[in-house]
Ligand binder design. Structure first.
Ligand SMILES: CCCCCC/C=C/C(=O)SCCNC(=O)CCNC(=O)[C@H](O)C(C)(C)COP(=O)(O)OP(=O)(O)OC[C@H]1O[C@@H](n2cnc3c(N)ncnc32)[C@H](O)[C@@H]1OP(=O)(O)O
Length: 389
């Protein structure tokens, strides 16, 4: 099947809207209503479809068997009989799904595939690939990759309250969509200049303590989303990174950086203290001495240094960064998604509880820092343009 990227994307969006993950075929409202005639018509229609890929073919096979023969009761094929074992697994995964429901799900699946293959010949405008509803991000889905791009280039992708919330929404959606991997990157010359310092200006009538409290909840939830993210998470650091955009890198599975990127956590300069679990992940990744230079003294390091210290996986020349990173990621996104998820769980799960506790403790300390004169003065100095990093 020859598809353009765009048609694949349309197809994938349709497939996602079908909501038929392999093991959780749901009973739709119209279940039990597909007649034998609808089923037979779907059986004929399926022969006219372009090859929908092995994953969908397995779902079709399993539903067909369940609809016609009921629950799987044949002996499991041997481990080396790969094809028949995959078919058996798919059928067996349907458990005791009633025949009528399987029939309906088969009809729904074929009908979704037919309409997506109809629309795959239409040329959709570029903007259609963008997921709607985000103002500070551009979120796209293509080649089994969900890409979350921070999109305030004129403000160096500084993270506003709205952007924190949108990143959390995008991560939650990506954890449930059928993408294999998720990538966070920035638009423009910066990856991100960290927390938008104007976040500290809009003080509610209840006072500064209330502001610190709501900021603390927002930041805790934000970092928790990264700790809990279930799929491989990659940062494509396209340029300089500051503050929170650096500290959370310790929670990513892979960090690719442009040779132009720098990594800067000027917490002491700002009267603040480390967050994003960096008080734990940085010493673990780079050793306590190097971590202290960054987190206590605010030493800005280059991409090459960050790579040598283990914070960055690989550095690419800026001129070829996008091309090389996306070629690599497209190849990775074709690996079996469940295996990648499970490997991530095996690597990360035993630390999760600890990371949540560290996050909570860092935020408790930071919340007090936000109320300090040191912090207030540093933020005022930036906002009145007396100081830059
Ligand atoms: C809910 C609260 C959660 C808190 C979480 C704790 C997080 C902590 C951190 O992330 S600490 C790090 C905070 N970041 C900074 O201190 C960076 C401040 N910015 C700068 O020092 C500089 O802007 C720069 C070095 C990043 C870039 O300098 P330059 O190349 O000269 O560009 P400009 O300064 O002209 O920037 C262009 C434009 O963007 C605005 N801007 C950039 N970064 C921020 C920022 N972090 N917050 C707010 N605004 C920012 C800058 O003001 C300019 O705006 P203008 O064109 O003047 O309107």
């Amino acid at each position: 099947m020859a598809h353009t990227k765009r048609t694949l994307c349309v197809r994938n969006q349709k497939r996602r809207s079908l909501q038929v993950p392999a093991l959780q075929l749901h009973v739709s409202k119209t279940a039990m209503r597909a007649s034998q005639k609808d089923f037979e018509s779907a059986l004929s229609q399926v022969k006219l479809l372009k090859d929908p890929g092995n994953e969908v073919k397995l779902k079709l096979y399993a539903l067909y068997k369940q609809a016609t023969e009921g629950p799987c009761n044949t002996p499991k094929p041997g481990v080396f009989d790969l094809i028949n074992k995959a078919k058996w697994d798919a059928w067996n995964a349907l458990g005791s799904l009633p025949k009528e429901t399987a029939r309906q799900n088969y009809v729904d699946l074929v009908s979704g595939l037919s309409s997506s293959s109809d629309s795959s010949s239409q040329v959709k405008p570029e903007a259609d690939r963008k997921q709607p509803g985000y103002e500070t991000l551009v979120v796209t889905y293509e080649d089994s990759i969900t890409k979350i791009m921070m999109n305030r280039p004129a403000k160096k992708n500084a993270v506003t309250t709205q952007m924190y919330n949108e990143i959390m929404l995008a991560l939650k959606a990506a954890s449930k969509d059928d993408s294999a991997i998720t990538v966070l990157t920035g638009n423009g010359d910066y990856y991100s200049s960290g927390n938008d310092l104007t976040n500290f200006t809009d003080i509610p009538p209840e006072g500064i303590e209330e502001k610190a409290k709501s900021g603390a909840i927002l930041l805790r939830d934000f970092v928790d989303c990264f700790i809990d993210f279930p799929k491989p998470l990659i940062a494509a650091v396209n340029g300089p990174a500051v503050g929170i955009s650096v500290t959370i890198l310790g929670l990513f599975d892979t960090v690719y950086a442009s040779s132009r990127a720098t990594f800067h956590t000027p917490f002491s300069h700002l009267g603040q203290s480390p967050e994003g679990c960096s008080s734990y992940t940085f010493p673990k990744i780079m050793g306590p001495a190097k971590a202290a230079e960054m987190l206590i003294f605010g030493k800005k390091i280059t991409a090459a240094e960050a790579c040598a210290q283990g914070l960055v996986t690989e550095v690419f020349p800026d001129s070829t960064f996008q091309k090389e990173v996306w070629t690599r990621l497209k190849a990775y996104s074709k690996l079996p998604p469940n295996a990648m998820r499970i490997s991530k769980q095996v690597i990360r799960n035993r630390e999760k509880e600890k990371l949540h506790a560290i996050n909570a403790e860092e935020i408790r300390v930071l919340q007090e820092r936000w109320l300090s004169d040191e912090c207030t003065n540093a933020v005022m100095n930036f906002l009145t343009r007396k100081a830059k990093l």
